[in-house]
Design a protein. Structure first.
Ligand SMILES: [Fe+2]
Ligand SMILES: [Fe+2]
Length: 271
């Protein structure tokens, strides 16, 4: 059980007049992706099969991720009663399934796995912070604040275990960087775009590029420079670089420019 439950959300404050339909589409997608937390927890328990302390933490973590999905799904259903969260979850799972049979990390080492988890939590913590600041709908704001705090705590959890495994495995900087870069690139590998498709589209067939762009167009425009700077500092820390040096500032500026330009280009194309 996490630090909060669905009963802590002030559902009675829901203000439908303040719902942005574009944000609603991305929230529906996020509600599906979060539900994969249980499968990812199972995968982590397989990879860390002889580390019961980490397994216990991973199971708790998975439950918290699933709760994120439930909270977002409930919000989306209240706003749009036609949205069938259970049905959309089923469609999503049919098209995208986490591989559960692994006994070793797909990142090569356990340290690599933990770096990848840190990158994911950097992404989710930045996303919910940005979303919570962007939305004017009070209930979604309250949900995002809670989830963003959880995601930051998850980052710290995986980072703590990463330090422990790095002492044992001693993987070098370039390997750490390669895992982090690989996981960043994977953010466009289909999980998010398929969730966006399963949550919002009924008729058309899935097209990776199309739904990647549809998702990115609605999400990239939510980020402000400070979200990107903080996210880059978290990535730097995970790969073993100074999180507040000049290199970090430069990387954050480039990332911010890239996201800003991409959001504008996709917005122009859709207009
Ligand atoms: Fe989450
Ligand atoms: Fe998380």
């Amino acid at each position: 059980m996490g630090l909060w439950t669905l009963d802590d959300i002030p559902w009675d404050k829901l203000d439908r007049s303040k719902v942005d339909p574009e944000i609603l589409r991305t929230v529906k997608a996020a509600s599906l992706v979060e539900q994969n937390g249980a499968d990812y927890a199972q995968y982590l328990c397989n990879v860390f099969h002889d580390d019961p302390a980490f397994q216990e933490a991973a199971r708790r973590w998975g439950e918290e991720e699933v709760q994120h999905g439930r909270a977002l799904g409930r919000w989306a259903t209240l706003v749009d009663p036609d949205f069938d969260h259970a049905d959309a979850s089923e469609r999503f799972t049919r098209g995208f399934r986490v591989k559960l049979d692994a006994r070793q990390s797909i990142r090569g080492t356990r340290s690599g796995e933990l770096i990848a988890r840190c990158i994911v939590e950097t992404g989710t913590s930045s996303y919910y912070t940005a979303l919570g600041e962007a939305t004017e709908e009070p209930v979604l704001k309250a949900i995002c604040q809670r989830i963003a705090a959880d995601e930051l705590r998850h980052y710290k959890l995986f980072y703590t275990h990463l330090k422990r495994y790095l002492e044992r495995e001693r993987i070098g900087f370039w390997k750490r960087l390669r895992v982090a870069a690989g996981r960043l690139v994977e953010s466009e590998d289909g999980e998010l775009s398929y969730a966006y498709y399963a949550a919002n589209e009924n008729a058309a067939a899935f097209d990776l590029r199309r739904y990647n762009n549809a998702y990115a167009r609605r999400v990239y425009c939510l980020y402000r420079r400070h979200h990107v700077e903080r996210g880059m500092a978290m990535i730097f820390k995970a790969v073993g670089l100074k999180p507040n040096g000049r290199l970090n500032m430069l990387a954050a500026r480039l990332a911010w420019m890239f996201m800003h330009m991409r959001a504008e280009r996709l917005g122009r194309r859709a207009a």
